[in-house]
Design a protein around this ligand. Structure first.
Ligand code: TXE
Length: 477
């Protein structure tokens, strides 16, 4: 399978003709290639987008609604094909990829309706004046997405950008380009005019960098690693671009002794290991109130030992392959570091080589105990199937440990104590707090983190605001 760029409604090879290998992480084999584009392809994509903008930006909201809805239907109708492609490209279990394809369609459907609902504000000054805000599309915007939830996150950015009337130059991760290319075809079939969405494939340092540096691409929406986010900020800042950054997390999952334990344990297994732990929202630091510590620990270990790891296409697989060899090595490196830091491995603790998939990148779901709260493996994002478990004695103590990292994306709290839950929600330095649940998403809610987890919020009207420029008009009465 050769993945081309989608520019001005056409599939095109990179101008320089070069390609990169595309690997299937389940087997470690090369199974296709992708366009290895450079700044000249980004320049072409920009030109196509700039040409399409005058017409797309004044296309009536109802027409944008219809086209975005048709894209959603296109995704829905190809759900199984997209899911299989995503699983082969990323390593995630097929059943999970199928769920994510539902969300990819929902992203377009949600922002199709946002196009119809988004409205200006007005502020009356007694009898002196009336102010009204005008919100207009920004122009050509850049959307750069990662490899963990490929189509899910790609569409989460592109849909609001288009709904708000912008044209887009987008880049999927070089590790997972396939479903983005399929989306290009879906968009053309759904009647999206040529040039409104352009997808350029290639490496972050060339294509991503060229998008961020392009003087006329005025806003960048990025999801990825904190180091890359910091670099993007340093390039986009002096150019005064609007930037939305959704970066890493090292999320605490706090379990009190009064929690509904069946639910807490079942959900903790998911929040720790879903998508091989490669979700920025995964709860990688589990804190358990001391009186419940031993029982929660043994219940978690028992559940994790039942999880089938291996062939992502097998219906019973819970944990598939790690996305790439470099990332696999990074995660294994952290497990070794944890051992050096004094961790006890309760389960997992290394690579797996399932029969028939010996070349794939598999890591056993790993639970580590006995690390100080400020050990590196408790402070740095591992982004794999690795969690730590730590007892606590008081609310103050767990709050201090939970807030101790540089990250501030999400926290989960398990308790039946209403007051304590709300007090913790207010004091946790996070953009998102889940109480007695995890990853329960309402697309209207603001989504994003504080501290090194990012800048800005996605979701609902926040995303529509990000992708528009605002002007206040003051009329004296
Ligand atoms: O992501 P990168 P990496 C975390 C996770 C992971 C770490 C590094 O901890 O181990 O980040 O992952 C593009 N200008 N997350 O290095 O590089 C790149 O091509 C513009 C958390 O694989 O941040 C890809 O499309 N773009 C996370 C996208 O950035 C550049 C999801 C993300 O890749 C660029 C993924 C540049 N100079 C990793 N360099 C989350 N928040 O969910 C790279 N890119």
């Amino acid at each position: 399978m050769n993945i081309l760029n989608y520019i001005n409604g056409e599939m095109k090879a990179a101008n320089n003709g070069s390609v990169l290998d595309n690997y299937n992480p389940a087997t470690g084999n090369v199974y296709g290639n992708i366009a290895n584009s450079d700044a000249s392809d980004v320049a072409d994509a920009y030109e196509a987008a700039a040409l399409a903008f005058p017409s797309w930006s004044i296309t009536p909201a109802e027409e944008r609604f219809k086209i975005l809805n048709a894209i959603a239907e296109g995704i829905d109708s190809l759900r199984d094909t997209l899911a299989l492609a995503e699983s082969n490209d990323q390593g995630k279990p097929l059943w999970l990829a199928k769920n994510e394809m539902i969300r990819a369609g929902q992203n377009f459907r949600f922002f199709a309706t946002a196009a119809m609902q988004f409205a200006s504000e007005s502020h009356a000054m007694e009898n002196k004046a009336i102010n009204y805000t005008l919100r207009t599309p920004i122009g050509v915007v850049g959307c750069i997405s990662p490899w963990n939830l490929p189509l899910y996150l790609f569409t989460w950015k592109i849909a609001p950008a288009l709904a708000a009337g912008n044209c887009v130059v987008a880049k999927p991760s070089e590790f997972t380009p396939v479903t983005a290319a399929m989306l290009g075809e879906i968009c053309s079939s759904a009647g999206l005019p040529n040039g409104v969405l352009n997808i350029v494939n290639g490496l972050g340092g060339s294509v991503g960098q060229a998008i961020v540096e392009h003087p006329k691409i005025k806003a960048i929406s990025f999801t990825g690693g904190t180091v890359t986010g910091k670099h993007i900020s340093s390039v986009a800042g002096p150019m005064f671009k609007k930037v939305s950054l959704e970066l890493g997390g090292k999320n605490p999952n706090i379990i009190f002794a009064d929690a509904d334990m069946d639910k807490a344990i079942k959900t903790t297994v998911n929040s720790s290991f879903m998508n091989q732990g490669e979700i920025c929202l995964c709860g990688s630091r589990v804190f358990v109130e001391r009186s419940a510590y031993e029982s929660v620990k043994s219940a978690l270990v028992a559940e994790v030992l039942k999880m089938k790891v291996g062939d992502p296409l097998h219906a019973e697989t819970r944990v598939g392959a790690i996305v790439s060899k470099p990332h696999y090595e990074k995660v294994l490196g952290y497990i070794e570091l944890a051992k050096e830091e004094g961790a006890t491995v309760l389960c997992g603790g290394g690579a797996l080589h399932p029969e028939g998939f010996e070349g794939g990148y598999y890591i056993a779901p790993t639970i580590l105990e006995g690390l100080p709260f400020d050990a590196r493996c408790n402070m740095e994002e591992i982004f794999g199937p690795v969690i730590t478990i730590t007892p606590f004695d008081s609310v103050e103590e767990v709050l201090a440990m939970a807030n101790a990292t540089e990250y501030g994306l999400a926290a989960t709290v398990w308790t039946q104590h209403l007051t304590r839950a709300h007090q913790l929600a207010a004091q946790l330095q996070m953009g998102i707090v889940w109480i007695n649940c995890w990853l329960l998403r309402d697309l209207r809610t603001p989504f994003g983190g504080v501290k090194s987890s990012g800048v800005g919020r996605e979701g609902g009207l926040e995303a529509m605001r990000f992708f528009t420029e605002v002007k206040n008009v003051c009329v004296a009465l």
